[in-house]
Write a new protein. Structure first.
Length: 456
């Protein structure tokens, strides 16, 4: 039996259609002992994602957004003094303007890379390339990023490492860049990376008053490109990039697992891995990540097409977020068709690649999908409804008796005042009505005038 208190604490509901406790129980995913916990988790959520999602801040949403993925590769967190690259805390106006633009175009979750190469001051090393700790402005940059996310009402998925880290140690333009492969292979160096870098980073995020804006850690971007040999869980063998110092699956799995465990021990955020493709869908199935994340481009779509559900692809045991797909969409597939397919077929989210190269028209496409699913893609919207034993409903601090409904302090029961209060501050009642949302259950008691439920 799934234990709701544990499962939801890590952000995954025990059934895909998290609309009501009875739906979960009917599906056989929760027993009688779990009904009260299911109701407590779901009943306050006015617009849970109907087909698949990730739960965060008591809201079950389709995790929708975009890859930032960086402003300065390897320099946003920690800076690169030699190249006059400043971190987030010293260039906040630029970052805030970009986060605001992403939000205005419908992005709710932003995937942002931290140390894709050790080219900056983000991580300090000794002469033997053993990690000593966080350096430069890393902590200040992390805390400023969370503050900016709060100000612009977005959520962050912070990606710690990338396959790029597995290039052999080298010098570039006066900077020495250590490789990650020797650290992954060495038990003692990996211990130092976990103790001196990963755990302090997670603690710094957890110490922020805006820690709720960090929805997930992504341990590493597309690690499969830095693995050689066979996959032990039935996937195809790995085909590493020739310029990388590839490690074995067992070595990479140990690195991913230990990093995951450390992040969970020090932080309340969820944890995932940015898998290169569902071609290696089982690669991280033995690691305690909270949800799968896969990337899809034309070469993937040829063999593992976008319209197949996670279950059909053999990865239905955890929620699946499409963490990268071309923001211009796959060849021959309109953007709206692509993301609507993900939304309808049980995926838990979708994040295009990438903001930095997107055209205005492509960003508008991103916004159009969010507008059609305004509440179901927004972790800040649609919460607060409490259902009591009398069957009455109260929202936004109102009171009720005998089954009546009051919202936002107004009254609609018994022929009282006709209100037009929207469910959140982001969209107007006219917009919600225009999008055909009046019949949704989470619109009960909201926008009564615009939805034609009363006069006045």
């Amino acid at each position: 039996m799934l234990k709701a208190s544990v499962t939801w604490a890590r952000g995954v509901l025990p059934c895909t259609l998290a609309v009501a406790a009875t739906a979960c129980v009917a599906a056989g995913d929760a027993g009688d002992d779990d009904v009260d916990a299911v109701e407590a988790a779901v009943v306050g959520d006015q617009c849970p994602a109907p087909n698949g999602g990730i739960s965060w801040n008591d809201r079950y949403r389709f995790m929708y957004g975009v890859n930032y993925a960086w402003n300065q590769f390897g320099g946003d967190f920690g800076g690169i003094t030699r190249w006059n690259v400043r971190g987030v805390s010293a260039s906040q106006a630029d970052h805030e303007a970009k986060l605001a633009d992403m939000r205005a175009h419908g992005a709710n979750v932003i995937r942002w890379w931290m140390f894709p190469e050790f080219r900056g001051e983000g991580v300090r090393f000794d002469g033997s390339e053993t990690p000593l700790g966080l350096g430069g402005t890393t902590v200040a940059d992390l805390q400023k990023a969370l503050e900016l996310a709060e100000r612009q009402d977005v959520y962050l998925m912070l990606c710690l490492f990338s396959f790029d880290n597995f290039r052999p140690s080298h010098d570039t333009s006066g900077i020495h860049i250590p490789g990650l492969a020797p650290i992954v292979r060495s038990t003692s160096k990996l211990d130092r990376l976990i103790t001196n870098v990963v755990r302090p980073l997670a603690r710094a995020a957890e110490a922020s008053p805006y820690r709720h804006r960090l929805v997930a850690w992504d341990v590493i971007n597309e690690p499969e490109w830095a693995i050689s040999g066979r996959n032990p869980y039935g996937d195809q063998s790995y085909t590493p990039m020739s310029e990388l110092d590839a490690v074995s699956h067992a070595e990479m799995e140990r690195f991913v697992s230990r990093t995951t465990d450390a992040l969970k021990a020090e932080s309340s955020a969820l944890v995932t891995v940015g898998g290169a493709a569902v071609k290696w869908g089982k690669a991280w199935s033995r690691v305690d990540i909270d949800f799968y994340q896969f990337h899809i481009y034309d070469w993937v779509n040829e063999w593992w097409p976008y319209y197949l559900s996670p279950e059909e692809l053999g990865v239905g045991d955890k929620p699946v977020v499409m963490g990268e797909f071309p923001i211009a969409s796959l060849s021959g597939v309109p953007y709206q068709d692509l993301v609507e397919s993900f939304y309808a077929n049980g995926y838990a989210g979708a994040m295009g690649w990438d903001y930095g190269t997107a055209t205005g028209a492509q960003l508008d496409q991103m916004r159009d999908f969010a507008s059609r699913h305004a509440c179901e893609t927004d972790y800040s919207a649609g919460y607060g409804e409490l259902v009591g034993s009398s069957g009455g409903t109260t929202t936004g601090g109102g009171t009720t008796s005998g089954g009546g409904t009051t919202t936002g302090g107004g009254t609609t029961s018994g022929g009282g005042t006709c209100t037009d209060t929207p469910p959140d501050s982001r969209y107007t009642c006219a917009q919600q009505a225009g999008w055909g949302k009046c019949s949704e259950t989470w619109m009960r008691g909201f926008c009564d005038r615009s939805c034609g439920r009363c006069g006045g």
